[in-house]
Design a protein around this ligand. Structure first.
Ligand code: PMP
Length: 754
């Protein structure tokens, strides 16, 4: 406890000279606060910044070596902490003697940017959660680290706290505060004392107080390993909570925020949850007791008393809380683990909604073409087309939020955005597609498209492609072979006619047949009195199929000649995904009678749209009202407009073409010769890789495809499977997907296949 008398007392000039002499860093030195070392910020003219740390002469070399080892250990898994910079002679610790003859151990550390948490006046919940998460990250990084010098007798060790308060509390001059500290420590001893001995122990940082935590929006750094010690494994959390609650109007709420953030990454054990509040109180009692002792030694050092005012205010508030209620609040502040989330979902969500991957992902955040799981791991999203312009694209988020702040209502009132969205949408389509209807999903849009077709032709029969999927309603299941011919399906109803999938890899006519398109189309002639033909303009669910030339033109001609109308389901393919065209039907050089849009057009906000000709719209206007409560809502239109703007502003269609071409070339080079790879096909960012066990028989490699998808997930890249045999790897990323992402995908796929 007499270490304050051994604190170094160098001038800033001396510090600058040391930095230059031993580390070759030429800069100006500014003192930084410290309890017992001396710290200087060294700033060079070039703008580089470092921390020069001159140790208290009671700190042993072994202790500094242990700190250095801890810094190196955590640097392997986190960037939260500073790194050590060796001296010019390579030594991690430099020994120097002052003119006065005092010996000092000196180290140079990297400077971390950010402001101390203590400087943030009213930190929001999210920042306190981020503090908890950062402490958990540091504790996780310290797991499995140990050093003999850290099993030491140290006055800031919580495991020695009860004895310390007993010894030092008599020195607290304010009698009310002294009484409170003694009483609180006794209660902690009574309630938690026996249990504390059973707590798991580990090396802990031991001082994530609000002056050692750096913040830049979220917590970005934790500095000062000077108090590092082997103690209770939850000491860091208890200490972080103890300082984070100081001066807060509702200290319990602040504590719960920190604990929630911590448990998102590191759930606490039962006895840790029971002991946490006691350790928070104990740390504050220790702080008051140690400050009383230190202020007698160094009455003019303001930093030593920096927490005392707020502790005097907050400790009585904490002491008045019911420890049982606090424990319950800490227990409730626990994010569910992926296993618990899955179990809860199985209890309350219908069982035929499956989750992707053998080890389901708990995704908590998205950013453009990346997704992040509960542990902060990043995944390349090469699967989802709904976030067309990118997950959480800031322009879409802002458009939705700004509109929601003002108005979100239905289409029975006049609002400019409805017509503006419709005008923008029809401008992307060829004539006569000029009339829009807005609904809330691809299913609703296809359902409405069928009603339009039936109203116009007064016929019920529908022609579909094998393997197709058009939505989840009763009628759409009836026209979706993928469903009615799959598990639980009842087969095709009599009014539904299934054409063979024009698949030139595995179908009746192959790529070597220049007439394959027309020949596949001939099957449509067998349908008498078709009301509507509906197909994806590039069948996705059926296996990422690019239609052969002239297929749609030939089928459309046959169906129209027999009195039917043609519906293009562009739910997966719209808005430039195919690279060559804005819509997939354009690549087939046709103009549908009805176009159905969904998924990407709202970038995740639920928007479905049907666009048709004035003639068909007039047939539908038979006296019966059409209305969708949410369809075309003010927010939907604001989002829909913004998505179109972003697709254009960011030139996403030409981008998809360039990156898609690059990805196809990379895939062909990387895996084209792999024995499992039968076919690599696609256009733009709509690609498929078909896996086969045998390139002659084309026997599907279904289990292998599932294994590859799961291995890619483990390696941080998300794709899926499609096709009648679930043997086609589906690659359909958000459009911001880059050439670097393409390389990562291709390399990962090659490694997973191997
Ligand atoms: N059409 C196609 C081609 C689809 O892929 C889907 C959804 N997978 C739908 C329609 C149905 O859209 P939603 O799920 O939004 O109802």
């Amino acid at each position: 406890m007499d270490l304050l008398r051994h604190a170094p007392a160098l001038t800033a000039d001396a510090a600058a000279r040391i930095a230059l002499q031993f580390f070759g860093v030429d800069g100006t030195a500014t003192p930084l606060p410290s309890e017992r070392d001396q710290n200087f910020l060294i700033a060079t003219a070039a703008g580089d910044r470092f921390v020069l740390k001159i140790a208290n002469s009671t700190d042993s070399r072994a202790l500094l070596e242990a700190q250095n080892a801890a810094l190196a250990h955590v640097a392997r898994t986190t960037t939260l902490c500073p790194r050590l910079i060796p001296a010019l002679d390579g030594a991690p610790i430099t020994e120097m003697t002052t003119d006065a003859g005092t010996g000092h151990l000196v180290r140079l550390l990297t400077w971390l940017p950010g402001a101390p948490l203590a400087s943030i006046v009213d930190p929001p919940s999210s920042l306190l959660e981020s503090l908890g998460a950062a402490v958990a990250e540091l504790d996780t990084a310290l797991d499995a680290f140990d050093h003999p010098a850290l099993h030491r007798a140290f006055h800031w060790d919580l495991a020695r706290g009860l004895a310390l308060v007993r010894d030092l509390s008599p020195r607290i001059s304010d009698s009310d505060l002294r009484g409170l500290v003694v009483r609180v420590a006794q209660q902690v001893d009574f309630r938690d004392g026996p249990r504390l001995d059973t707590l798991r122990r580990a090396v802990v940082h031991n001082d994530p107080n609000d002056h050692n935590v750096l913040v830049d929006g979220t917590v970005t750094g934790i500095v000062d390993f000077g108090d590092i010690v082997h103690s209770y494994a939850i000491a860091d959390l208890a200490i972080a909570v103890a300082y984070a609650v100081l001066g807060k109007p509702d200290p319990l709420a602040a504590a719960v925020d920190v604990v929630r953030g911590y448990q998102r990454l590191r759930p606490l054990a039962d006895e840790e949850l029971a002991s946490l509040f006691g350790l928070v109180l104990l740390r504050l009692c220790m702080s008051v007791s140690i400050a009383a002792e230190q202020q007698q030694q160094r009455p003019d050092d303001a930093y030593l008393g920096v927490s005392q005012g707020p502790i005097a205010v907050t400790l009585p508030k904490l002491a008045a809380l019911d420890p049982g209620a606090v424990e319950a609040a800490f227990r409730a502040a626990r994010g569910r683990t992926p296993e618990e989330t899955l179990a809860a979902r199985r209890r309350v969500i219908g069982p035929n909604l499956t989750v992707s991957y053998a080890r389901p992902l708990k995704i908590v955040r998205g950013w453009m073409q990346y997704l992040y799981d509960h542990a902060g791991r990043q995944y390349l999203d090469a699967y989802n087309n709904v976030p067309h312009v990118g997950h959480s694209h800031p322009r879409i988020v802002r458009a939705a939020a700004e509109q929601m702040l003002v108005l979100n209502t239905n289409t029975r009132y006049l609002h400019d955005k409805l017509a503006m969205f419709a005008e923008r949408l029809v401008a992307t389509l060829p004539p006569p597609l000029r009339v829009c209807f807005f609904v809330n999903s691809g299913s609703e849009a296809n359902e409405l498209a069928l009603r339009l077709a039936r109203a116009h032709t007064r016929r019920r029969d529908v022609v579909v492609l094998d393997g197709g999927y058009h939505g989840n309603t009763t009628t759409l299941i009836d026209i979706s072979p993928y469903k009615f011919n799959g598990p639980g399906g009842d087969g095709a109803p009599p009014w539904v006619h299934v054409l063979p999938l024009p698949d030139t890899y595995r179908g009746k006519y192959r790529r070597d047949d220049p007439q394959a398109g027309e020949k596949f189309a001939e099957f449509a002639r067998q349908v008498r009195n078709p009301g509507a033909f509906i197909a994806e303009s590039a069948p996705s669910v059926a296996g990422q199929i690019v239609l052969p030339d002239r297929y749609l033109a030939s089928v459309y001609a046959i169906v129209r000649g027999a009195g039917g109308v043609c519906i293009a389901d562009e739910v997966q393919t719209a808005y430039g995904r195919m690279g060559t065209h804005f819509y997939a039907f354009e690549a087939q050089r046709v103009v549908p009678d009805i176009v159905v849009l969904g998924k990407p057009i709202g970038n995740g906000y639920p928007i479905g749209a049907v666009v048709t000709s004035p003639e068909i719209a007039a047939s539908f206007d038979n006296g019966m009202e059409f209305f969708s409560t949410f369809g075309g809502s003010t927010v939907a239109c604001a989002v829909g407009l913004e998505v179109l703007d972003v697709v254009e502003a960011e030139r996403l269609q030409p981008h998809a073409r360039a990156v898609g071409d690059d990805l196809l070339a990379r895939l062909r080079a990387a895996i084209g010769q792999h024995p499992l790879v039968g076919d690599i096909r696609g256009s733009g960012l709509f690609l498929g890789v078909e896996l086969v066990k045998n390139r002659e028989t084309l026997e599907p490699a279904t289990a292998e495809a599932a294994a590859v998808v799961n291995r890619m997930r483990e390696r941080g890249v998300l794709i899926g499977t499609e096709g009648a045999f679930a043997n086609v790897l589906k690659i359909r990323p958000p459009m911001p997907f880059t050439a670097a992402d393409a390389a990562r995908l291709s390399d990962t796929l090659a490694a997973s296949l191997d």
